[in-house]
Design a protein around this ligand. Sequence first.
Ligand SMILES: [Zn+2]
Ligand SMILES: [Zn+2]
Length: 134
Amino acid sequence: MEVGLRRREFGENGEEPMKSETDGINPAAKPSGTGCVECSARGGWWFHLRRCAACGHIGCCDSSPHQHASKHNAATGHPIITSFEPGEDWFYDYRTGETFAGPKLHAPHSHPLAQPVPGPAGAVPPNWQALLNE
Ligand SMILES: [Zn+2]
Ligand SMILES: [Zn+2]
């Protein structure tokens, strides 16, 4: 079983993973935390948060200074993100550029309501709006 799983994830036999919409979604994957993994590690800040639907990686959006959700997609090939903002439930497929309604993933479905946007508390510079990407 474990061998089969490794082969599926890493393509040891050169098998191409299926390119279906649900292929990049693992409803059992838990969010990696309440903030962007990379920004949290370096004491940075973010605007909006995105969740990788395949592995639960939390990264910052493309308007954020470092765009770690898109960088995660580029680094791993994980093709689908969903919003990690309270009240938002859209999914986005990098391969098609389309937004769609996805399945219910493992809770929590957003960062805590008390967590500020942008966040995290204490790390956001006063001129943050001027630092966003278009
Ligand atoms: Zn980030
Ligand atoms: Zn991922």
